[in-house]
Design a protein around this ligand. Structure first.
Ligand code: SF4
Length: 432
């Protein structure tokens, strides 16, 4: 039997696995085994492939083994003992008593209700120095900054939880968060002090349009434990400069990449999110070539994101999910060819207990006026708020770790949290 077995990680690196299966002892009765629910079988170019999405392991074997596979999957016969053993070794065949769904459910619930870490996405301001046409906030920003009293309440939340958490994470968001750098400095200074006193690990990240990411700012971000920076662009210069524009209408591409090159003196990598729609996807390849020309292909993990509709933006240029996935695939292939170090973002299916902040118990989004949300795409929609920093109590926070809290039942957070038949009725906001 000639076959190849690979394990993929989410960065598309594949590791060839051993086909040795001597350590597996078969139980005589085939009825003691069953096929994993997460096997996907498909044929391509005279080969048969089996992919298991809980392990990300792929087996490639000649088509002539199809019959063996079918017999095994229908529990008719081992037919080919070595193949059978390998399928056991790599999780394609499991014991008939294994409850895969129960295991996954337990892992998901354990991750969701882990309460040793507080994560806050903090909107320092709703103001922005750009006016992108698709902005979820619309063109008219209210120019509200996170006030001192809201900052104090955030610190109170940290204090309330300080005896039970070991980690405090902030994601700085806007508007453009760097338009209120003083707030990042002020709140970080106090939060870091409190964390040091209480022996809590503090870390932060920032999502920025990159325009104000000067060397002086980067040094401050380093000082305030910002470990991850994400910059959003719309593809190559000529297209980017049509949509990612300053309030005076000027383009921003050159300045952003000048800033990124300087920031890379202080950070090993900076994540780039490339917004894609029908108007700009063709320029994304030019964008990749431009990064290559600038020798940036090793330091910029890139991912592509679909531009969505919002109450302010309902454009015909928005891609369908299928169109987007096909374009994304093509772009990742181009990145592979150009030698990017991080050629993809979750290209292969990967089992995740938690894929967004909305599903974690101690994770909240705070807007500049102190309103709390579970998802940053809800910011500004008063019907989706789950409370306010001024009303926070220990029992409120604890409630998000328990099954029957009033907020989980009454509010939209039930979409992310508990219902009696939680697992079956769970809907994720993630559109993939
Ligand atoms: S950079 Fe972000 S917040 Fe600013 S206008 Fe563009 S989409 Fe809106």
């Amino acid at each position: 039997m000639s076959l190849e077995i690979y394990k993929f990680d989410s960065y598309k690196k594949k590791e060839q696995l051993s086909t040795d299966c001597n350590e597996i002892n078969l139980t005589a009765d085939i009825s003691q085994y069953k096929f994993s629910l997460f096997n996907h079988l498909f044929e391509h170019n005279d080969y048969l492939y089996a992919f298991n999405s809980t392990t990300s392991i792929l087996i490639k074997l000649p088509q002539k083994n199809k019959q063996a596979f079918e017999c095994i999957s229908q529990a008719k016969s081992y037919l080919e003992n070595n193949l059978f053993k390998l399928l056991i070794k790599y999780g394609f065949i499991i014991s008939k008593d294994d409850d895969e769904i129960a295991k996954i459910r337990t892992n998901i619930m354990a991750a969701r209700f882990k309460t040793d870490s507080l994560s806050l996405t903090i909107m320092t301001t709703d103001f922005c120095n750009f006016k992108c046409p698709y902005c979820y906030e619309g063109e008219e920003k209210k120019r509200i900054n996170l006030t001192e009293p809201v900052q104090d309440e955030i610190l109170k939340i940290l204090d309330i939880l300080s005896s039970r958490i070991i980690q405090f994470k902030i994601m700085w968001l806007g508007g453009e968060p760097l338009c209120a750098l003083n707030i990042i400095e002020n709140l970080s200074e106090k939060a870091i002090g409190l964390c040091e006193k209480k022996n809590i690990k503090f870390s932060a990240g920032i999502i920025t349009n990159g325009y104000l990411l000067t060397e002086a700012t980067v040094k401050k971000l380093k000082k305030y434990h910002v470990e991850a920076i994400q910059v959003t662009v719309d593809g190559y210069k000529e297209v980017h400069d049509r949509t990612r524009i300053l309030l005076n209408g000027k383009g921003t591409y050159d300045k952003i990449f000048k800033n990124i090159e300087v920031a890379l003196k202080y950070y090993d990598k900076i994540t780039i999110r490339v917004n894609i729609d029908r108007n700009n996807f063709k320029s994304a390849k030019d964008f990749l070539h431009d990064l290559k020309k600038k020798n940036l292909e090793k330091n910029l993990p890139i991912y592509f994101a679909k531009i969505f509709t919002s109450p302010f933006y309902k454009d015909k240029s928005i891609l369908t999910q299928e169109e987007f996935l096909n374009i994304q695939d093509e772009l990742y292939q181009e990145m592979d060819m150009l030698g990017f170090s991080y050629p993809n973002f979750k290209l292969y299916p990967k089992l995740q207990a938690n894929n967004c902040t909305a599903t974690k118990a101690l994770s909240f989004v705070v807007d500049p006026s102190g309103q709390l949300y579970k998802c940053d795409s809800d910011i500004g929609d008063k019907t989706k708020t789950i409370g306010n920093v001024f009303d926070i109590s220990y029992s409120f926070l604890q409630g998000f770790g328990s099954a029957n809290h009033q907020y989980c039942n009454k509010h939209r957070s039930s979409r992310f949290f508990i219902t009696p038949n939680f697992f079956d009725s769970f809907m994720c906001c993630w559109p993939l």
